[in-house]
Design a binder for this molecule. Structure first.
Ligand code: FAD
Length: 377
């Protein structure tokens, strides 16, 4: 069977691209190894939709994403759980390394503002008006009123459902194991189920950590990308959630999101480990305790919160310079890849998908994707 566009990966990136291509009238097949939203785009809680302290090269995409997110549920005809809560990066230290602390706050705010991201420096008094329960060590914050959070699983499934409605074929439990080529063109893919799907126009590798293996085995490329296992915790506070904004931290590994049911998602850079026997990621007790302890040090109201769920089974790809690779696969004319999201690929996904769908259909790379080339390595 031949399809003009074949997409590998049913996470937020693959499903969003499938939706936009199908919406433009294109013939699309999406192949997912497991189930829709079974990778980094799935699981409990919410993901931050944040520009605050994001790598500056990603801000054009994030500005576009800021415009898309508030209208997305209506366009998809399904709830995304998106909420513009405003986001705060809390500051405790005078100086943190070379990039943080009070000394850098004004410059970060100025630069972000100039790049189209409304940002203010709040002193402690103004911060307390927004977050009255924040701990005494917090001296200031960088505030982005347009930041927020969304339900990643619901959003990914909504993209997939909308793609199907517009005629895209989606096959789950269909891992792609081989890519056929003729010269510089990808002509077909094969799945572990023994199926062969011909590629008319383009192949999109949007399979996150799975792209590492396919690039290595099928394209003879060694991408500067590796796999991590981000840790996410869900806790039940004794009282109402002590925070109402998307919370990040200038020097601590901490991210906090109040969930709609009163529970709180705690994450922010702690990792799990790979269990070879189980063939999946698992949590590390010291990291769970460390993450909880850090949360309680910043919000005392979380000190006696009960741990409800801990997960580190959703692999994410990281790149050598902490921004993604979104590019034509070197040596090919019609294979595009998006990987190396480095823990912050969800928020920009609707904007990346627009840019990628445009690139796949026209052959012209949008300027917003220029920083994410293979050539930079
Ligand atoms: C705990 C955690 C917290 C995070 N927090 C944030 C946040 O607050 N804000 C933010 O912006 N981002 C965040 N991220 C990152 C974000 O979730 C990811 O960058 C994003 O979801 C990646 O989407 P994706 O579609 O590329 O990958 P995935 O969702 O991983 O989807 C890839 C899919 O490809 C499939 N696949 C793999 N190989 C093959 C193959 N050979 N054939 C067919 N299918 C294949 C997999 O089964 C998988 O379903 C977080 C990630 C985690 C894990």
């Amino acid at each position: 069977m031949k399809h003009q566009f074949v997409i590998i990966g049913g996470g937020v990136h693959g499903c969003a691209a499938a939706w936009l291509l199908a919406d433009a009238g294109e013939d699309v097949l999406l192949l997912e190894a497991d189930e829709i939203a079974s990778g980094a785009s799935g699981g409990f809680g919410r993901r931050g939709v944040r520009a605050n302290r994001r790598d500056l090269r990603e801000l054009p995409l994030m500005r576009a994403a800021y415009r898309i997110w508030p209208m997305l549920a209506e366009r998809l005809g399904a709830d995304t759980g998106y909420e513009r809560t405003g986001g705060l990066s809390l500051i405790e230290q005078e100086t943190t390394g070379t990039r943080g602390g009070l000394v850098a706050a004004r410059v970060h705010a100025d630069v972000q503002r100039r790049l189209g991201v409304p940002t203010e420096v709040l002193d402690r008094d103004r911060l307390l008006e927004l977050e009255p329960d924040v701990g005494p060590a917090v001296r200031a914050a960088l505030y982005c009123p347009l930041d927020g959070a969304a339900d990643h699983t619901a959003t990914t499934r909504a993209f997939a459902a909308a793609a199907r409605e517009r005629g895209a074929a989606i096959e789950e439990h269909s891992p792609v194991t081989a890519v056929e080529r003729s010269g510089d063109r990808v002509t077909a893919v094969r799945t572990a189920r023994g199926e062969r799907h011909e590629v008319g126009e383009a192949l999109l590798l949007l399979n996150n950590t799975g792209a590492i293996d396919l690039l290595r085995d099928q394209f003879d490329l060694e991408p500067p990308v590796w796999r991590i296992l981000p840790q996410a915790l869900r806790v039940v506070p004794k009282a109402a959630p002590p925070m109402s904004h998307l919370i990040g931290h200038d020097h601590r590994s901490l991210s906090l999101k109040a969930l709609p049911d009163g529970r709180v998602m705690v994450s922010g850079g702690w990792r799990g480990r790979w269990n070879t026997g189980l063939g999946r990621g698992e949590t590390v007790e010291a990291n769970v305790l460390g993450n909880l302890q850090t949360a309680a040090e910043v919000y005392a109201g979380l000190a006696d919160a009960e741990l409800d769920l801990a997960d580190a089974a959703r692999p994410e790809s990281c790149s050598a310079d902490e921004i993604p690779i979104v590019d034509i696969v070197p040596g090919t004319a019609n294979a595009l890849v998006g990987t190396g999201w480095t823990g912050h690929g969800f928020a920009i996904a609707p904007a990346v998908a627009e840019a990628l769908a445009f690139w796949a259909r026209t052959g012209a790379r949008p300027d917003s994707l220029a920083p994410f080339s293979f050539a930079r390595f």
